[in-house]
Design a protein around this ligand. Structure first.
Ligand SMILES: [Zn+2]
Ligand SMILES: [Zn+2]
Length: 342
């Protein structure tokens, strides 16, 4: 089979590999749709010790397809089933898994290999995070399950309620998925981005009100005035930049919650207004990754009659030979998400 293999930072090769045969407990999926992700761009640049502990490995982690072979001992999954799998599976036995926070599992197993014709899913992923989809659900839509699960988890953590106002900093794919998740809770959504074709596209998708951070000298003041001077009920950083984390804190109102969704570079920190944090009872929340329950909820929302169709975030469509170009387009801000069809 053809596959795009990651050998280390900057080293991505198109290779011919044997089609995997499933060992006991494994399932092999023929990939119909894979999606590029900002994490791929970061990983290609500097590696990723957590998501990719060993190289070489087939690259990519958002995918959906059809089961082509089932290993011995697998129950409830059959050849021909259409399915989506997450990019990780928790152990189910460590203290954090037992405490109901499997996204923080001490032994999270990461799986890569979306940019190939087939992928073998290890037993733990098969039992924890392989979800069947209906025959009518397009694979390109189902492949959003992983990033959407992260977004749903973030919005849930912020306890966003009907009628509240949420400000989301960052108009990349995850900012948009967070906005869609917030809108599905009937919140007023304000997305903060920077002028350009992507912000125009987000505006055209009608996901929320858009604020151009480059059009005002003081974006926090602009957000305060857009919220009657009070600030947002919930503010979210989806940029992973410390200066924007600080804007997210500054933009939230009394009693509000700040969700730090975007991961910043190692070693960075922010300063915090202690007075506001205390007297205004601000809630500061980190959000990381997803859980099997969130993956299932994401798949339900993405099924044909579900609430979500994020395919408007796909700006290009390519085959495996286009992966490198797709990731370059992403790195240069020329693509939002690229659909890869092996
Ligand atoms: Zn991703
Ligand atoms: Zn665990």
């Amino acid at each position: 089979m053809r596959a795009v293999v990651f050998h280390g930072p900057g080293d991505l090769r198109q290779e011919e590999l044997p089609v995997p045969t499933p060992a006991r407990g494994e399932v092999v999926l023929r990939i119909e749709a894979a999606l590029t992700c900002g994490t791929d761009v970061k990983t290609l640049r500097r590696g990723h010790p957590v998501m990719i502990p060993r190289v070489p490995t087939v690259f990519g982690h958002e995918f959906a397809g059809t089961v082509s072979a089932v290993g011995a001992g697998v129950r409830g999954v059959h050849e021909g089933d259409r399915a989506v799998a997450a990019n990780s599976a928790p152990c189910g036995a460590c203290p954090l898994c037992l405490a109901g926070r499997p996204n923080l599992c001490e032994d999270l197993l990461f799986v890569n290999g979306a940019y190939g014709e087939f992928i073998a899913l290890p037993p733990r992923l098969v039992s924890a995070n392989l979800v069947r989809i209906g025959a009518a659900t397009p694979a390109a839509r189902a492949a959003f399950a992983e990033p959407l699960a992260c977004a749903l988890g973030g919005i849930e953590r912020a306890r966003l309620e009907d009628g509240q106002t949420v400000v989301i900093f960052g108009h990349g794919p995850l900012g948009c998925l967070l906005a869609m998740a917030a809108a599905s809770r009937k919140a007023r959504v304000i997305l903060v981005g920077k002028a350009g074709w992507r912000l125009d596209r987000v505006r055209a998708l009608g996901i929320g009100e858009c604020v151009d951070a480059t059009a005002t000298p003081d974006v926090v003041a602009a957000l305060r005035s857009a919220t009657g001077g009070r600030g947002a009920d919930v503010s979210v950083d989806a940029t992973g930049r410390p200066e924007v984390w600080q804007q997210a804190v500054a933009a939230v109102g009394r009693g509000g919650s700040v969700l730090f969704f975007g991961g910043c570079a190692p070693g960075t920190s922010i300063s915090l207004d202690t007075r506001r944090t205390h007297y205004e009872e601000l809630t500061l929340l980190g959000a990381f990754h997803h859980t099997p329950a969130l993956i299932r909820r994401a798949v339900e929302s993405l099924e044909t009659n579900g609430a979500f169709d994020p395919r408007g975030l796909l700006t290009h469509r390519m085959d495996l030979a286009g992966v490198r170009e797709a990731l370059e387009l992403m790195a240069n801000g020329k693509a939002m998400k690229v659909l890869i069809e092996p």
